[in-house]
Design a protein around this ligand. Structure first.
Ligand code: TTP
Length: 186
């Protein structure tokens, strides 16, 4: 059975949504501080790191790892460390377009398949009071870029271009294709 190397409840929900059978074994891979300028390379390395970490414990089994960041200009935004961080990120995103990158890695023993998916997201201009209220909900704190498109921040988003599930943490069409390629599913 496929193993999902993730502690993210969103990734579980997304994988369940498409009817793929899996079990969960979160990785203990230490996430690196994002390097500037190359979000695609960064999420790919993180996804591979998470998947390989868990695959080492399960020889002969396919393991799926993923990593999501928000890229705004030259900056890569991960999860906020504290409230100030979240306020800064949401101010930066307000009224602008950014990209969400998710890297996915499917690993079994020495074999690795990977993919990086980008979705463009346009935020409307946010009022200071809205940002404060949103942060008070605690929703930003376990999410890249300090927001969840699937939650209360849905009303911040004017439009997106690309995969919606990619923003939430797992690009489902591309995950499915990777699983087919590895013959985990038909
Ligand atoms: C932008 C955005 C991110 N996110 C989430 C997806 C990811 O779970 C999280 C980014 O952190 P990640 O480090 O990618 O994942 P994680 O630490 O939550 O889980 P794991 O490493 O165990 O797999 O941000 C949303 O839920 N909604 C959004 O709109």
């Amino acid at each position: 059975m496929l193993i999902l190397a993730s502690a993210s409840p969103r990734r579980r929900e997304l994988l369940s949504q498409i009817g793929v059978a899996y079990m969960v074994s979160p990785s203990h891979y230490e996430e690196r501080a994002p390097k500037k300028k190359d979000p695609a390379k960064f999420v790919l390395a993180q996804a591979v790191g998470k998947a390989r970490d868990v695959a080492a414990q399960y020889p002969g089994q396919w393991v799926l790892g993923a990593d999501t960041v928000v890229a705004l200009g030259e900056d890569i935004l991960g999860k906020p460390k504290h409230e100030k961080d979240a306020i800064r990120m949401l101010h930066e995103l307000s009224g602008h377009k950014h990209s969400v990158f998710t890297g996915i890695a499917l690993v079994r023993d020495k074999k690795t398949y990977t993919k990086v998916v980008e979705t463009k997201v346009w935020f409307r201009k946010l009022k200071d009071a809205e940002i404060e209220r949103y942060i008070a909900t605690q929703e930003p704190f376990d999410k890249a870029g300090s927001y969840g498109i699937q939650g209360k921040a849905a009303c911040f988003v004017d439009k997106i271009n690309g995969s919606y599930s990619n923003v939430v943490g797992l690009p489902l069409s591309q995950v499915y294709t990777l699983l087919q390629k590895a013959k985990v599913i038909e």
